[in-house]
Design a protein around this ligand. Structure first.
Ligand SMILES: N[C@@H](CCC(=O)N[C@@H](CS)C(=O)NCC(=O)O)C(=O)O
Length: 201
């Protein structure tokens, strides 16, 4: 299996953490979808990373589909629980983490445009989403050990990857001040080899 991914993509990181937790071997093919000459569009009509290319040539995207596939092909360390309600709540956490990332990336893209072309209202809209997402994560985590209660799951991976991305690309966004429980969660997650070995560069 080949994973087309850039080391700084948080969506790709979610998949790489999942691979590590599941102890599944794969080949990382580093691709930057913004670089001219990249081959991502040859494998996905959406031109975004991550894309997983299976042995028979089937291509899987996006990160949510890939993670679900990885979890289903090996019973080792289930990341998405089977009971319907638990499963849906874990997927909800994933949607929240991914949504936080979409907003964080959107804010960054807007801020990187030449000053005169920037739309400050769009930046504020994305920042508002980021604040609301962190607030919801903190409230839903409460004083539990893991996002989905007692067991580590994809919910923690998606949440940890999204919060770590805020540190990486939005260091000024002081999310820890209002969410010490999330700060403790990220601290704990960062000590896992799966997170340690997939840090952005
Ligand atoms: N929903 C997608 C999002 C993937 C995504 O946005 N990837 C970014 C890198 S972090 C990308 O490839 N962007 C290239 C582009 O927008 O052209 C997923 O979960 O995989």
């Amino acid at each position: 299996m080949k994973l087309l991914a850039s080391k700084n993509s948080p969506f790709a990181r979610k998949v790489r953490v999942a691979f590590a937790e599941k102890k599944i071997e794969y080949t990382l093919v580093e691709q930057d979808p913004w670089e001219p000459g990249n081959i991502v569009s040859d494998h996905s009509p959406l031109g975004k990373v991550p894309v997983l290319v299976l042995e028979d040539g089937t291509t899987l995207f996006d990160s949510r589909v890939i993670v679900e596939y990885i979890d289903l092909v090996s019973p080792v360390s289930r990341l998405i629980p089977e009971p319907t309600r638990q499963r849906i709540l874990v997927k909800r956490w994933e949607a929240l983490g991914d949504g936080l990332l979409d907003a964080a990336i959107g804010a960054r893209m807007e801020a990187r445009r030449p000053k005169r072309q920037q739309n400050p209202a769009n930046i504020e809209r994305q920042l508002g989403r980021m604040r609301a997402a962190v607030e919801t994560m903190a409230r839903d985590l409460g004083d539990r050990t893991w996002c989905n209660g007692e067991a580590y799951s994809l919910a923690d991976i998606a949440t940890g990857v999204a919060l770590a991305y805020l540190d990486f690309r939005h260091p000024e966004f002081a999310w820890r001040d209002s969410a010490p429980n999330l700060a403790r969660l990220l601290q704990k997650l960062s000590q896992r080899p799966s997170f340690e070995n997939t840090q952005p560069e």
